[in-house]
Design a protein around this ligand. Structure first.
Ligand SMILES: [Zn+2]
Length: 129
């Protein structure tokens, strides 16, 4: 195993701790330097970071959204009105890419709906006091 490969394997092991900002200064800079010149590790880092951010935002609220909210939002994001501009934007793109974009759109719409629901609920609770 070459030295570069050894660093590569080590970085892969350290990535979860790096994402969680749970590394010492020396190891953190080792990972940072490697990420800058290694595409695959950079991609893996972005993936782990977005998963960890997603989990953090899910963990924040204590109670869940009302029944059916998510389904309703996903239904809305599947309506022709919302799909129109999106479909135009992805025409010509590869099918897998289009599907990913549509999924991202649905998740974003659901996330925005959930956020407004959560803040409205928070506001109501404050007004009651
Ligand atoms: Zn690497």
């Amino acid at each position: 195993m070459s030295n570069q490969e050894k660093v590569h394997a080590e970085v892969r092991e350290l990535l979860p701790a790096y994402v969680a900002r749970d590394l010492g200064r020396v190891r953190r800079s080792l990972v940072a330097v490697h990420l800058r010149r290694c595409g695959p590790c950079q991609a893996e880092f972005s993936r782990q970071r977005s998963v960890s951010e997603g989990l953090a935002s899910l963990a924040a609220p204590v109670e869940g959204p009302p029944d059916g909210l998510l389904e309703r939002l996903l239904e809305q994001s599947g309506s022709p009105k919302l799909h129109g501009p999106l479909r135009g934007a992805v025409s010509g793109a590869r099918p897998a890419y289009s599907a990913a974009l549509l999924l991202a759109g649905a998740v974003t719409a659901a996330g925005a709906g959930y956020a407004s629901w959560a803040s409205a609920k928070h506001l109501r609770r404050r007004l009651k006091r």
